[in-house]
Design a protein around this ligand. Sequence first.
Ligand SMILES: Nc1ncnc2c1ncn2[C@@H]1O[C@H](COP(=O)(O)OP(=O)(O)OP(=O)(O)O)[C@@H](O)[C@H]1O
Ligand SMILES: [Mg+2]
Length: 425
Amino acid sequence: MTEHLGLVRRGWWILLLAAVGGAACALLVTGYMPVRYAAAVSLMVDQKGSADPLSQQRVKSYARLVTSRRVLREVAVAEHLDPATLDVRSEVVPGTVLLRAIVTDGDPERAARLANRIGGELSGLIHTLERRAAIGVTVIDRATPPADPVSPRPPVNVAAGILLGLVFAYGLLMLRSRLDTTISDGDDLAAAAGAPTLGVVGRDRRRPLVVTGARAEAFRALRTNLRFVGVDGGPRSLLVTSCGTGEGKSTLAINLAVAVAQTGRRVALVDADLRRPSLAGYLGLDTRSMGLTDVLAGSARVPEALQRRHDLDVLPSGRVPADPGELAGSPGMHRVLSELATDHDLVVVDAPPLLPVTDACLLATACDGVLLVARAGRTRRESLAQAVARLTRVDARLVGGVLNFAPVGLRSPYPEERARRTSFR
Ligand SMILES: Nc1ncnc2c1ncn2[C@@H]1O[C@H](COP(=O)(O)OP(=O)(O)OP(=O)(O)O)[C@@H](O)[C@H]1O
Ligand SMILES: [Mg+2]
C-alpha cells in the first residue's frame, strides 16, 4: 500500500497528464463516432377467449420473430433499405406478456418509423400464424422519434478515457520504479549500505550553504544520531564521503560541523578533497594562506593553517598537489588528523568521492568513522554496495548513511518523520 501511495505521490503529474490525455483522446474519438438513436415499440401478446395462461416460452418465441428475415425484409422494403443494414433487437419484459422491438438508426425519425413498422408486421404475422389459437399481438406503445442519441455518450467515453489513461500511466510508473535502482528513501539507503540512516536532508531549491533555523533541524537530528553511534562523544574524526561527485558531501560536512559547534564543542573541519577542494570557496576562506598540503609538506604547522569560520577551525586544502592520492594515504595525513583530534572534540573531514579515486578509502583509515552520503534519485544501490565493499576492504568503520536531496513532499518539522512518510519503496 505504501508503495502504491508513494508511486502516486511521486508520479502525480504523470497521472494527471495521462488523465487529461485520456479525456482528450476520448473526446476526439467521440467526435468521429456515428450518432445513433434508438426507438422502441411495445407490444402485448393476448389470447382471446382462452383461460389458459400464455406460456413465457411462447412470448419469447414471438420476440424472436421480431428479428426474423421475413419481418425485417418487409420493413426494409417499405423503407427502401437493405435488410442486412437494419439494427433491430427484441426483448421480453420478464414475467409479463409484453415485448419490445428496439431499432437503432442514425436518423431518429426513421428509427421510430422502422420500429412502428416492425410492430405492425409482427402483429400481422402472428395473426396469420396463430389464427386457430386466437392469439394476437397488439401495439400498446408506439415508437416516437428519440430526442437523445444512445451513442456516442461523451460522459461515458470521457470517463473510460480517463480510466484507461490512468491505468496506462500507473503501469508505466510501476515499470519505472521496478527498473529504477536509485535510492529513494532512508530505508532504501540503510538496506543498500548495510548501516543505519542517520540523517535525511531535504532538497533545498534555494541551495543555501550553511542552513539555519528550522531547516537546520535535519543536521541537528544527524548530530544527535551520531551521538548514539558513539562518534560525537569524545575526540573523534569523521570522514564525509559518497559514491560519486555532487552528492552533497562538502555541504553536509560544513553543516554537520556547524551543528556540532553550536553545542559548544570544539570542531575542526578539514578539506581533504585535494583534487577538487571546495570548502575555501564555500566558506570564503583566504586561499593565499597555508592549508593541509602545506602542513603535509612541512612548510606550516597545523595551528597556523587553521581559519576560524562559524565557530569552526577550518583547515583548507592548500595548493592542489600533483599526487593527491599519495598524500591521502601518507603517514603525515594520519598525524595531522590525530593532532586535530587531540585539540578538538570532533574533526569532520570532507573527502573526495569513493568510487572514482582511492583517496577517500585511504583517508577513511585515518578516521574513526565514515559517514556515507547518498543523493536521493541519483545514487544507485549497486554503487553504494561497491563503496561499502571498498570501505570494508580497508577496515574502515562505516557509522551510517545520510540521505541528501530527499524529496520534501510532506512538511513535517521532524526529518525522521518526513523520511518515513516519504518512503515510497
Ligand atoms: N540538500 C540539498 N538541496 C539542494 N542543493 C544541495 C543540497 N546539498 C547540496 N546541494 C548543492 O549541490 C551542489 C553540490 O554540493 P557539494 O559541493 O556539497 O557536493 P559534493 O558531493 O561535495 O561535490 P564534489 O563531489 O564535487 O565534492 C552544490 O551546489 C550544493 O549547493
Ligand atoms: Mg565536495
